[in-house]
Write a protein that binds this ligand. Sequence first.
Ligand SMILES: Nc1nc2c(ncn2[C@@H]2O[C@H](COP(=O)(O)OP(=O)(O)OP(=O)(O)O)[C@@H](O)[C@H]2O)c(=O)[nH]1
Ligand SMILES: [Mg+2]
Ligand SMILES: [Zn+2]
Length: 344
Amino acid sequence: MTKRHLTKQQRRRIQQNQAKARAEVNAQQDDDSYLSPSNLGPEQDGRVITSYGTQVDVEPEFPPEQNSRGESTRRCHLRANLPTIVTGDRVTWQDGDTHGVVIAQHPRKSELCRPDSRGKLRPVAANIDRIVIVIAPFPEPHANLIDRYLVASEHQSIQPAVVLNKADLIDDTNYDQLTGLLDRYISLGYDCFLVSAHSGEGMEKLEGYLEELTSVFVGQSGVGKSSLLNTLSPDIDTAVGALSVSKTKGTHTTTSSQLFHLSNGGDVIDSPGIREFGLWHLDPAAIAEGFIEFRPFIGQCKFRDCQHQQEPGCAFNQAVMDGKISKFRFDSYWHMVNSLDQGS
Ligand SMILES: Nc1nc2c(ncn2[C@@H]2O[C@H](COP(=O)(O)OP(=O)(O)OP(=O)(O)O)[C@@H](O)[C@H]2O)c(=O)[nH]1
Ligand SMILES: [Mg+2]
Ligand SMILES: [Zn+2]
């Protein structure tokens, strides 16, 4: 490497940057001073109800009044050096005059992660028992997005379910396509529900399924995740968006994941809608493991390094021919594998 001499201008810029960094550290220290333990209450356990990035809403584990769980929520700052805190996290925190401070994160039982735009895997919800994939006649479901969520659920050992909402919009024009789609997942053994947040159809059964557990509602924007929550609990009044042109431009009504309590003891995390769910962190073999019906055929191909394309003796291709793996799902697998190269 050649040694470089700095110009006067470069040296001045470096000095300016260093001064700026020092000022920021000082400001940070000033900012932290009011977080000193003397101003804060005792350490207590709590659960993160909403995460805004640098701040979170925490609900005490033992709220003063047992019946007003949601009302005792406190806005908290995060002590420096904490790992990413997400909705559903259990934490140790201290209350203060104007706001509380989260001082520790408890180990997670489970987490739903997805890669960000740079491919780094980030948690989006923690301590969940079920991932409820919501689809609807409109916006039209993408089977590949459902499969991506299923692969992610299988990898994180969280039980998934598929909910087809807006049953009231099913008519002769889309009946075959939608029931065919749902049947595909029913035949794989996944829990599936046909519901309508508007008419109430199927909602009782769905509510029973969510009892006593923590679930996260995921899926495209506009499928009615927040509407389902509003119908599930009359106490919940979360924002529901009009299905308009803006949806196609990627405007989401729900912008941060939020945890709600149902009267039957179930907790549901409403999450912002997404268009894509990258799986760049997985390799083709790991993706194949996420397709539950592929599992009996893994390691059964004639060649150990079989790519499951057109090789002779490929157990996957044979299973497709025998009807043991559906063509739709095999195509979906290939779609995911091919997208790994493109980083999407
Ligand atoms: N016909 C019909 N419309 C519904 C139903 N459920 C929700 N909608 C409508 O679908 C639109 C979107 O609903 P939201 O609940 O905001 O959808 P979301 O999935 O939470 O969307 P994001 O927060 O953007 O991810 C609204 O106009 C709802 O009124 C239903 O069961 N039937
Ligand atoms: Mg929403
Ligand atoms: Zn093969």
